[in-house]
Design a protein around this ligand. Structure first.
Ligand code: ZLM
Ligand code: CA
Ligand code: ZN
Length: 397
């Protein structure tokens, strides 16, 4: 068995309420809370919980959700059920595919399912709890793999996200921290968080994502989108977007990530960092189009950790559940400093071990071998780095 000890000199906390596993978006919907069950299985079976403070957080209250979301939207989420939704909004009973997204964003991407509000309140409670532990210095690195739902807006569900736990957690951090850096490695653009902090210089948002305005969700986040244009708006230049093409690999991503994140941290000088670790940027993701391996994805986590700042780490997307679980288990090991100790062969006895059979029970399957060629040229990557450096020059001093 692995012997895992507590990290020296800093504390890691794991915030997880297994009640999130009781909900699902629908049989064929790509978002599967099952990936969280698998992640938990790996974390516990490797014994990583012994190196962390583990918390089962309470659900967030409606008042807590209303610190960002519109009251009427929170009310709607708290009462809507699959049974009453058409009665409440007959206009939703539109076409054969369900309802139009005119009402608070609900539709095929964001269905109303049984226990929806409990699900939202549960994953959000964990992010708020994690942020508070960082604020009162009871934790240095706080993890919530059930959070990271970065598309939710003030009064609108979007892209499988209903409540923006990241925004609510950052609002908690801002009570104690003058400057918070948000970094998002989900394959999708972190539009909800970007929009929420668009006009402030206290939160800097950096998202890496596949960008194709016409065809890839949500269609926002070009390189030129750097904050409000008006010179008097404090948020000007405090947003960084890294738009990518299909097939970026570990090497290209690491080079770009380091050359964007390091100067950003040196310039912005954050007092806390929130890292969204959406695992749909891995190769073989059902919805993604990048070529990252588990180690390539994890290198981003190691790099951010190396700055030694208080960190909130959340999950996000990820649609090939067994690989999501591998990535987040590996990243947990990085955060507790046990990545060198962990056996790459999965524990012999663990719940749901069969889910990992296909790639031979390893933590590090080869995910680069698949259909996507790398469509990001050296010139594309250099152009992004140059653009970011020029942008950062405006916020220096
Ligand atoms: N249709 N079912 C990432 C959020 C991505 C918008 C195209 C819905 C799907 C997808 C839903 C079972 C994060 C769009 C898609 C079909 C309009 C998206 C339900 C399959 C299914 O089989 C499906 C009936 C569904 C949704 C595929 N949706 C793939 N891509 C994106 C949203 C969220 O990872 O960033 C953070 C958690 N939506 O492309 C459409 C335009 C709705
Ligand atoms: Ca992203
Ligand atoms: Zn995503």
């Amino acid at each position: 068995a692995n012997s895992i000890s507590r990290p020296k000199g800093y504390r890691v906390s794991w915030h997880y309420n297994p009640a999130v596993e009781n909900h699902h978006f629908g049989q064929t919907h790509p978002m599967k809370p099952w990936r969280l069950t698998l992640t938990k299985s790996l974390v516990l079976s490797y014994g990583m919980h012994t190196a962390m403070d583990t918390y089962i957080p309470r659900a967030a209250t409606k008042e807590e959700l209303a610190e960002f979301h519109k009251d009427s939207y929170v009310d709607f989420l708290s009462v809507a059920t699959p049974q009453n939704i058409y009665e409440m909004y007959p206009e939703l009973a539109a076409g054969p595919t369900g309802y139009s997204s005119a009402i608070f964003g609900v539709g095929d991407d964001c269905p109303i399912f049984d226990g929806l509000f409990a699900f939202c309140a549960t994953y959000t409670g964990a992010s708020i709890d994690a942020a508070r532990k960082l604020c009162n210095k009871q934790s240095d690195i706080a993890i919530n793999w059930s959070g990271g739902l970065h598309h939710a807006k003030k009064a609108e569900a979007s892209g499988f996200c209903y409540v923006n736990d990241i925004v609510l957690a950052i609002l908690q951090l801002l009570r104690h921290h003058p400057r918070v850096l948000y970094i998002d490695i989900d394959v999708h653009h972190g539009d909800g968080v970007e929009q929420a902090f668009w006009s402030t210089d206290r939160v800097m948002c950096v998202s890496f994502h596949k960008y194709d305005r016409e065809v890839f969700f949500p269609g926002t986040g070009p390189l030129e989108s750097t904050g409000p244009i008006h010179p008097d708006n404090p948020g000007k230049n405090y947003t960084i977007n890294v738009p990518l093409n299909d097939g970026i690999d570990d090497e290209g991503y690491a080079y770009l990530f380091q050359n964007v994140v390091e100067p950003t941290i040196k310039t912005f000088n954050p007092t806390a960092i929130v890292l969204q670790c959406g695992a749909d940027s891995l190769g073989h993701d059902r919805l993604g189009c990048f070529n990252l391996n588990i180690r390539g994805h994890g290198n981003c986590v190691s790099f951010v950790k190396s700055f030694g700042l208080p960190m909130l780490v959340v999950g996000g997307g990820g649609y090939t559940p067994r690989n999501v679980a591998r990535a987040w288990a590996h990243e947990t090991s990085i955060l507790i400093g046990a990545d060198k100790t962990l056996n790459p062969d999965l524990p012999e006895f663990m719940p749901h071990r069969e889910a990992f059979r296909r790639e031979g029970f390893t933590l590090f399957p080869n995910l680069s071998a698949w259909k996507k060629d790398n469509m990001n040229t050296r010139a594309d990557v250099e152009k992004i780095i140059r653009h970011v450096r020029e942008q950062l020059a405006y916020i220096r001093g």
